[in-house]
Write a protein that binds this ligand. Sequence first.
Ligand SMILES: *Cc1c(COP(=O)(O)O)cnc(C)c1O
Length: 482
Amino acid sequence: MKTIKFFSGQELPVELHKVRIVQKLFLKPIEERFEAIEEGGYNTFLLNTKDIFLDMLTDSGTNAMSDNQVSSMLQADDAYAGSQSFYRMESALQEVFNKKLLLPVHQGRAAENIISQVFIKEGDVIPMNYHFTTTKEHMEINGGKVLEIYTDEALKIKSDFLFKGNIDIQKLRDVIAEYGKDRVAFIRMEASTNLIGGQPFSIQNMREVREIADEHGLMVVLDASLIGENAYFIKQREEEFKDASIKEILHTMTGLSELVYFSSRKVSSTRGGGICTDDNDLFLKMRDLVPLYEGFLTYGGMSVREIEAMAVGLYETTDETVINQSPSFIKFAVEKLDSLGIPVVMPAGALGCHVDAKDFLSHVPQEEYPAGALAAALFIVSGCRGMERGTISSVRDEHGNDILADVELLRLAFPRRVFTLSQTEYLIDRVNWLYQNRELVGGLKFVDEPPVLRFFMGRLAPTSDWPQKLIAKFKEDFGESL
Ligand SMILES: *Cc1c(COP(=O)(O)O)cnc(C)c1O
């Protein structure tokens, strides 16, 4: 991807790849989309892709592979133990992350399971820039408590702070002073903090964290699932690294941590994951859990074909024109939505575009799930599927009341190299139409609410006949068939 200045004065992101395999999509009429969301209980997780036009639920396992990744799968070496595919992946990791030792696992959360079991004991705390859902669960199952010590800018929707993923250094000192270093299992830094808008941290911040970790003999664990984008943002936004290669930046990041783990559903557009380190003692502490939970040490629950594609995908992560595709499209969408007066998380981050539903639907009380309502309404008017990241994704307290989320976001993910700019324009146009007609959108209520992780399988219903009114207005503006 390269942002190019046009004769017209516009600057647009232009793809440095061509599309050679395509998948047919359908844009169904609005009545059929309405039926689909009714059937899915107003929960976008319960939609079927046959009814979806642009699937922007997540970037996990939905990215496009390169021709070199696909062709590498043909040379996969099937073997339970000692597969050549594994050694190719190990070399890729040594080159890209500059870590000698690798434990393969079937996906990111499997790495979290192993790290949490080995390094967290009952009563420990784990300070971090922000949690990720599966990370937090694994840490809590093992008796740990997650402490989020993000900067004050992190939860502001609109900010010009370029590193909202930074750890607040003073808060880190306070945590260590309060709990004592023996109760701090390790410090976790998540690259491009997923749940707060794909926001990066800076190398300067990581160096400061490293210094404190060294003072107290603590380990720094890097969640590298979205490391490529974080490295790209460092190159864009941190003066010291403006002329550095992406590989140099990656090495600087991994060099400041003892353990690096990742989900390759994101970082290399395949499946799988891994844990890397240079420290043989740490490696040996974790090693025996791999055959127990994942598979033998040379496949870790992955197919050899996935391992081959992962190795190639990792090399491609060092190519700036590859990793900047999704951030460039996100920036394009975020800046356009912002110029239309639509509230979005700024600055633009990795992973997706995040619409502030609390502001967008300010007439819908948080108890009626504005982010969920916005996700359902956008699907009805566009066929685009986003993900609710607000109170539906939260839980209830012991009295049965909703614990209201810090932010109500509709996340519109941009899987890497999947959508075109005209599709992005379509999305922006329909979000804008919805914004102009936002007073027509009402709230949601649960009709079937599972006790755990309710956002996955829960079913909801509109609090009034607002979807019908929205559809009537849509037809007035666009005619019958769209
Ligand atoms: C997706 C993700 C994970 C979990 O990875 P899976 O492969 O989905 O299990 C962990 N951390 C971060 C930051 C992620 O984005």
